[in-house]
Design a protein around this ligand. Structure first.
Ligand code: DP6
Length: 351
């Protein structure tokens, strides 16, 4: 038996300017441009291998060791587009093996809880598309492949790049200009770090897709967000990243998370992704920033209660001293703060 195999990893990306709303559901075209930070491959990622061979009749997928259906329209759309591109190569060069005619076996593994609001679909579709594109030896650029990943899951298009990434919403009706582009590579601003506070690792109640459909249909606040708030913020956040302007970046990130969750609350019936622990984290972050009189931490929440905190490496000890004080202390963690400092902080926090 002959098999051809290719593997890739794709990291999770966390939006600092949120994508929320589709203008075209079939093509997965967004109502606004968005920006994200891709996490390091060593942290949260999907590892995917794709294999094909003349004996494989069907497409099959195993996700985290369990066979899953590939029947969803979005997955089918990605496979169809990738096969069409491969077919073009085969038509141009008849010596190429006929991969486009054979089945695909795909094995995918996440190193984090699937569908808990930790952007698993983003890493999942990005890895799927890139693994198959490698297997098929497609010449398309990452931006071009991001248009295919976008049809699997919108946020997936941003996971094709490392570092700081923009998904430009585009104007064309066929979606040909709705793609991800790199703002800056990770090395541009290596001091920026992300921590994830897993508040709840179970599957989310309202999927992003149905949540955003409801918001688009029912929220008036959403109209304001896409018309005036996000276009401005997109320019400012890009500038903040390019200039490594941490305070500006933090402020915009927190405001955009709040704005996105406000449109969820303004949907009818309302959608609640954040819970009481999430709210406690928001208060804590503001109290830490107030205590130091400068931005030490910025929070953002996706379609779930888990928090992603951005901070600068130099402030890691300052930040976690307080987090571990207020939540469970992690064994072995040495706070660099005196009891006196912590008491002072608690006075700010509690009032
Ligand atoms: C809140 O990309 O999961 O994480 O395109 O319907 O698959 P679909 O949605 P998805 O939505 C992500 C929403 C978000 C914000 C973001 O990542 O920009």
């Amino acid at each position: 038996m002959v098999y051809y195999i290719a593997s890739t990893t794709a990291p999770v990306n966390i939006a600092t300017l949120k994508y929320w709303g589709k203008r075209d559901k079939a093509l997965n075209l967004p109502t606004n441009s968005s920006i994200s930070v891709t996490l390091s491959q060593d942290d949260l990622r999907t590892l995917t291998s794709a294999a094909t061979g003349p004996e494989l009749r069907q497409d099959k997928l195993w996700l985290n060791g369990k066979e899953e259906s590939l029947a969803s329209e979005r997955t089918q759309q990605c496979l169809k587009e990738l096969r069409t591109l491969r077919k073009q190569l085969e038509d141009e060069d008849s010596s190429l093996p006929k991969f486009s005619m054979w089945g695909l076996h795909i094995v995918s593994q996440n190193n984090f809880p699937t569908a808990a609001g930790l952007a698993s679909s983003a890493a999942g579709f990005a890895a799927l598309v890139v693994a198959i594109a490698r297997l098929y030896q497609l010449p398309q650029s990452m931006s071009e492949l991001s248009e295919i990943a976008r049809q699997g899951s919108g946020s997936a298009c941003r996971s094709l790049f490392g570092g700081y990434v923009a998904w430009e919403m585009g104007k064309e009706a066929d979606g040909s200009d709705s793609k991800a582009v790199e703002i800056s590579p990770m090395e541009h601003w290596p001091q920026l770090k992300a921590a994830i506070l897993v508040v709840n690792a179970s599957k989310k109640d309202t999927s992003s897709t149905s949540g955003m459909q409801l918001t688009v249909k029912t929220s008036e606040l959403f109209q304001e967000r896409v018309k005036t708030v996000v276009p401005q913020r997109f320019i400012h956040m890009k500038e903040a990243i390019e200039n490594k302007n941490w305070s500006r970046f933090s402020e915009l990130t927190m405001k955009d998370s709040n704005s996105f969750h406000a449109t969820c609350l303004d949907s009818y019936p309302p959608i609640f992704y954040m819970n009481d622990t999430s709210k406690k984290i928001v208060r804590l972050c503001h109290a830490i920033n107030d205590f130091y009189g400068t931005y030490v931490v910025a929070y953002t929440f996706d379609a779930g209660p888990n928090a992603v905190l951005y901070y600068l490496q130099e402030n890691e000890a300052k930040l976690f001293a307080f987090i571990y004080k207020l939540f469970d202390k992690v064994p072995g963690w040495e706070t660099k703060f005196s009891e006196q400092d912590l008491q002072k902080f608690l006075e700010v926090y509690e009032n």
